[in-house]
Design a protein around this ligand. Sequence first.
Ligand SMILES: Cc1ncc(C[n+]2csc(CCOP(=O)(O)OP(=O)(O)O)c2C)c(N)n1
Ligand SMILES: [Mg+2]
Length: 287
Amino acid sequence: MQNPNFEYMRRLSADIRVETVKAISKAGAGHIGGAVSIADVLAVLYGGAMNIRPSDPDWEHRDWLVLSKGHAGPGLYAALALTGYFPMDWLDTVNKPGTRLPSHCDMKRTPGIDMTTGSLGQGLSAAVGIALGNRINGIESYVYCIVGDGEINEGQIWEAAQTASHNKIDNLILFVDWNKKQLDGKLEDVNDPIDIAGKFEAFGFEAQTVKGYDVEEIYSAIERAKKVKGKPSVIVLDTLKGLGICFAENAVTCHFMAVDEKMEKEAIDVIEKRYEQGAYPGGESRK
Ligand SMILES: Cc1ncc(C[n+]2csc(CCOP(=O)(O)OP(=O)(O)O)c2C)c(N)n1
Ligand SMILES: [Mg+2]
């Protein structure tokens, strides 16, 4: 991308959080913690880093995103709606009967969803296959994939990592949402993957670790990853589960939460206040 618009990306990340909390409040409950910890990377990807055409979601030469942690679907739906893939009012239907926006991602139901996910551990295998297929077909594009830090306990992740490395899949850029928690607890209390970047390096990846809530750092990491030739890249996003949603931030209970209108309003007020203050989503000053 020639001139990344970081101000637009920051606003988009705030809007993704706002729309995610609104959608989950309308649904009554949902996977809010893991949906909002990726709001900033989604804002970078859909706010300019990806080569995409929202009016033509299946464009053959597009960049792809496999959201392997498919339970974070509502965050991605917010990003897709805000960037023109489908009308904003679809977000009111998340996880309701007959919706085109189910709780977990479904490529057959939603424009812009590149892979059906939700069974953790499988998305990276799909992303490797897509990236290899595109290379064989002479399509010059990138395949992005987002996995969770609990999800990488799945053995299939490491089978896929080895295959990506063996095949020198350098059109693959993987993100690990290192939000320090999985379904029912902290990584350190459940099953801690410990040195995530070092582990992927041992599997032949080029690895970086960045502040996963800083759009400029994320963007620069993607630019560096694109220059890596002959091996896949991983970018570990240092985040917090629930980041930016005041009632969910870093709460062990934020994986799947009931959200009502009062909580929704409070969360939106805090998002807007932090945005006006020029703070990071969690409230830390940017200056
Ligand atoms: C194969 C499989 N096992 C279990 C689950 C149930 N499950 C859904 S989310 C989740 C925790 C995932 O943790 P993490 O990858 O850290 O996600 P995040 O913190 O980003 O929400 C689990 C165990 C699942 N979806 N798929
Ligand atoms: Mg996690």
